[in-house]
Design a protein around this ligand. Structure first.
Ligand code: MOS
Length: 680
């Protein structure tokens, strides 16, 4: 493929489904008008954190079609996700767990029925608090997805001339996609059709189908448009199973749209963490010790072991290194993926600790990082296929304006505002997963490209259209892209920042095969090529810069500027890429300043269950946020030369803001979020 043949990739093409979205023509899972007598479902959630549901009494005067609970629910086949065994047992494992489902002819009647239900519950004592002295803490065999829990090299007990030993805590964070989880379910004979909001239509079809004992070709999942997911829609959630069961039992098509408050317990969240980081260096800033221990939690139902300290393994060179994970199983909902699971909280601790070390050394924090740049991946000992971290730091600093920065805190004041700047590194692994694509010459100068991918609003449809157009040698207008349907050729999950690489690889293969064979249809499965690929040494890097001002009277923090400089391989579409980077950085701002699941240990639950009390950055919080990237060439990744970009924006941006708060005020906040009461 010559350079001139590439026309569409690299262009800021607008989202191909944009007009459908802004005119309301694009349909989301809860918006399908299905044939039949549609019924509505409302989930009844457990009011206690642990116990058993002994009985459910239904007022016979209630205007409902059915009330499902474990006493009358349809038995399901076993699943490797115990949270999908909905209504199968009398056990209550967390507050907010679905213990019953009310089905009625209107949403209002279903909700009313749920409010009027009498539950007889035997309550048991619970434990909802993550703490480092919990005797039941243990070291999981592996952390997600399959990394060793512990790594070590050298001896981290050696004394270094300059050292920091700091503990950072991050709270539970909650996925809040604009479109809450929703499913419309109907049965056609023994076949199941789900309109479901998720990140992996084929995965949801397989999982839900297995629960109901169905063959793969008996389930059809439609996921045409998705209003965000952030990981919480990566696998089937209980709403899909409940809707399918209710439709089966009642004979009605059933719509189940979770209210936003249910998201805080039913779809997964980011685990709280407690992280101890010990760094030691020579007086001139050469790292001797990196020791990162992370504590996180999972539920009684399921071991979800977040890879909090894994990013630390790849960042800096040092002769003595250790990372480890400790897990507590609590009477709480199971944590799940949330944008950069592991990397985002882990890099808060590492990159803030690096800032603290730079202060202890009286050294510029960028110089400290540059001085400890590894020549090979410290974890695997193998070279990185491309790593332009130092370039991101240096060029980012030049672009942001880092020169002449005073190393000391509390030096700049304008009126009531203390002003400071901070930096932090970012990284995210570069992955690709097997997928299959099909392309057809429609004989009308148009080509249909089909793959069961999902577009969460990120621009997946658009970049796949661009990739296909270039490979077929036609303008983008000639490409008809079909995604969002489990019956299309199988695709991997829209997660792990791997969608573009995985699906783009399959689309490239199919388009090339069509051209080479001259046939009217070609199918390409990337499994073999991906299996042969070297997985290690592939990471995206970036540097985040923040300028904050902190009100000397009130402690209010404003982020005046947030800037990310990235090295993420070839950027396929600068418009959608920029949007991903900025979204990640703004979400990082939420992590640094606003977002917090506030735990009530007595109740065993977070007390804030809506966007009035769970704070996220609003438009007025975001002043200047910018992203730029290096033109990174890496031919060893995939046919596009791309690295994933969906998650790296939230890795490092919180630490840059926290480091800037220290620089502005001299106050080191180690307990996120940095609310004003912690700064004053
Ligand atoms: Mo993302 S947390 O990999 O969906």
């Amino acid at each position: 493929m010559t350079a001139t043949a590439r026309r569409a990739v690299g262009q800021p093409l607008q989202r191909v489904e944009g007009p459908d979205k802004v005119t309301g023509a694009a349909k989301y899972a809860a918006e399908y008008q299905v044939d039949g007598d549609l019924a509505y479902a409302w989930v009844v959630q457990s009011p206690v954190a642990r116990g058993r549901l002994a009985d459910v009494q239904v007022d016979p005067l209630l205007d409902v079609i059915a009330v499902l609970w474990h006493g009358n629910a349809l038995p399901l086949e076993d699943s490797d996700d115990p949270e999908l065994a909905v209504l199968q047992s009398d056990r209550i494992s967390y507050r907010g767990q679905a213990v019953a489902l009310v089905v009625a002819r209107s949403l209002e009647a279903a909700r009313r029925g749920a409010q009027e239900l009498s539950l007889t519950i035997e309550k048991e004592p619970h434990d909802a608090v993550l703490r480092t002295d919990d005797p039941d803490l243990y070291t999981p065999d592996v952390v997600n997805p399959s990394f060793p829990s512990e790594t070590s090299a050298g001896d981290v007990s050696v004394e270094a001339p300059v050292a920091v030993d700091v503990t950072y805590t991050t709270p539970a964070l909650h996925n809040n996609p604009m479109e809450p989880h929703a499913t419309t379910a109907l049965w056609s004979g023994d076949d199941l059709i789900l309109y479901d909001s998720n990140q992996h239509p084929a995965g949801v079809a397989a999982t839900v189908g297995a629960l109901f004992g169905l063959e793969p070709d008996q389930v059809h999942v439609v996921t045409e448009h998705v209003g965000g997911g952030f990981g919480s829609k990566g696998t089937a959630r209980p709403n899909a199973v409940l809707a399918a069961m209710a439709a089966k039992v009642t004979g009605h098509p059933v719509k189940l749209a979770l209210p936003r408050r249910a998201l805080f317990s039913m779809v997964g969240h980011r685990t709280p963490t407690i992280q101890r980081v010990r760094l030691g260096a020579t007086a001139d800033g050469v790292l001797q010790v990196i020791d990162h221990e992370a504590y996180s939690q999972s539920s009684r139902l399921f071991e979800f072991a977040e890879q909090t300290a894994v990013a630390t393994r790849h960042m800096y060179a040092a002769p003595n290194r250790r990372t480890g994970h400790r897990l507590a199983r609590l009477d709480m909902p199971t944590p799940r993926w949330m944008r950069a699971p592991g990397e985002a909280p882990g890099m808060v601790a590492l990159e803030c600790a690096m800032d603290e070390l730079a202060v202890a050394l009286d050294m510029d924090p960028i110089e400290l990082r540059v001085r400890n740049e590894p020549t090979v991946d410290p974890d695997s000992g193998k070279p990185f296929t491309s790593r332009h971290y130092v370039e991101c730091l240096r060029q980012g600093a030049a672009r942001f304006g880092w020169e002449d920065r005073d190393l000391r805190p509390r030096q700049r004041r304008e009126g009531d505002w203390w002003i400071g700047t901070g930096v932090a590194g970012a990284t995210y692994p570069t992955m690709a997963q097997p997928s299959t694509a099909r392309v057809r010459d429609l004989g009308t100068q148009e080509f249909e490209v089909a793959i069961a991918a999902a577009d969460l609003g990120t621009g997946a449809r658009t970049i796949l259209t661009q990739i296909a157009a270039d490979e077929l040698g036609v303008p983008v207008e000639r490409v008809r892209l079909r995604i969002g349907d489990s019956t299309l050729p199988p695709a991997s999950v829209a997660g792990g920042s791997s969608g573009s690489a995985s699906w783009g690889w399959a689309v490239t293969g199919a388009c090339r095969a069509l051209r080479e064979t001259g046939k009217s249809e070609a199918v390409f499965d990337s499994s073999e090529l991906i299996a042969e690929q070297e997985k290690e040494g592939k990471h995206a890097f970036g540097a985040h810069f923040a300028e904050v001002r902190v009100d000397a009277v009130t402690g209010e923090v404003r982020v005046s500027r947030l800037f990310g400089m990235y090295a993420c391989g070839r950027i396929l579409n600068p418009r959608t890429a920029r949007s991903q980077f900025l979204g990640g950085m703004v979400m990082g701002m939420g992590m640094a300043l606003h977002e917090e699941g506030v735990l009530d240990p007595a109740m065993g639950d977070w007390v804030n269950h809506d966007l009035a009390e769970y704070h996220i950055p609003a438009h007025a919080d975001v002043e200047s946020v910018e992203a730029e990237w290096l033109d990174e060439q890496d031919t060893s990744l995939n046919p596009m030369g791309s690295k994933g970009i969906g998650e790296i924006g939230i890795v490092g941006s919180p630490a840059a803001i926290l480091n800037a708060i220290w620089h502005a005020t001299g106050v080191r906040v180690r307990d996120l979020p940095a609310r004003l009461d912690k700064i004053l």
